[in-house]
Design a protein around this ligand. Structure first.
Ligand code: CA
Length: 263
């Protein structure tokens, strides 16, 4: 029981963060548990929405900016694992945004342009872009570049994260986004996978629905935590119900905890 209460103390919400060293350490840990976050700076609204939809379905959290000024502001003030940056933008163009960003941040940048000009490519890469994609491109091309850049790392998250996680007979391969229990593949949606990784990284710790909603869905409202309950139910149906013992446990009035229990 004491262990349970101790766990509760460690449940954090973003609004509860204070500016002192211990809490900064906790906040860093919290950030490392977040799904990968991508900023898309693209003025063609339809293309931007298309990228947001595709990347969200792949399990990333996506923010959009439609001009260079807003884009630069978000890029500098926010915490992103990757930035997709269009060259031709109103306000400030992609090269200006990149130059300004590189004075402050090493966030990986994938540049997009409609112009198939060699000088643009050279200009982008010497200006600090990490990769380059010429429009029009297919979503699978973009997705492959994004994954390659994220694997290379170097973003704001930096810390070396493990590539696989285990608990009892559960094994999760983070790089391949694959989960198995007792050697059996679990067919999970991207959200279910992220939810599983969050619970697993913070095993033994009771996570409130609010924290889960924030970290997996980027939702900040208590009223939307029903989403969490539905997703946990679906995850349990795949992860726990077909197997002998359960790994996800409900802690009444508090949330959920993932751990191996002697039953
Ligand atoms: Ca453009």
């Amino acid at each position: 029981m004491n262990a349970r209460l101790h766990s509760r103390d460690r449940v954090l919400t973003r609004c509860g963060l204070e500016d002192d060293q211990v809490v900064i350490e906790e906040a860093r840990r919290l950030v490392e548990n977040l799904p990968m976050k991508i900023l898309v700076i693209e003025d063609e609204v339809r293309l931007a929405e298309y990228l947001r939809k595709g990347l969200s379905e792949s399990g990333y959290v996506v923010d959009l900016a439609h001009d260079g000024i807003d884009g630069l502001h978000l890029a500098v003030e926010g915490t992103y694992d990757l930035i997709v940056l269009d060259v031709m933008l109103p306000g400030r163009d992609g090269f200006e945004v990149l130059a300004e960003l590189r004075r402050q941040r090493r966030t990986p940048v994938l540049m997009l342009t409609a112009r198939d000009a060699v000088e643009d490519k050279v200009k982008g890469l010497t200006g600090g872009a990490d990769d380059y994609l010429v429009k029009p491109f297919s979503f699978s091309e973009l997705s492959a570049r994004v994954q390659a850049l994220l694997r290379r790392g170097g973003g704001d998250r930096e810390g070396q994260l493990p590539t696989s996680l285990r608990l009892a007979d559960l094994e999760v391969d983070l790089a391949r986004r694959k989960a198995t229990r007792a050697g059996k593949r679990l067919e999970l949606t991207p959200k279910e996978f992220n939810l599983l990784v969050l619970l697993l990284r913070r095993r033994g710790e009771v996570l409130s629905r609010t924290v889960m909603a924030e970290q997996v869905w980027d939702i900040n409202f208590d009223s939307d935590t029903n989403v969490v309950e539905v997703a946990v139910r679906r995850l349990r149906a795949k992860l726990d119900e077909p197997f002998e013992f359960k790994l996800i446990h409900t802690v009444r009035g508090m949330g959920y905890v993932m751990e191996e229990r002697q039953e």
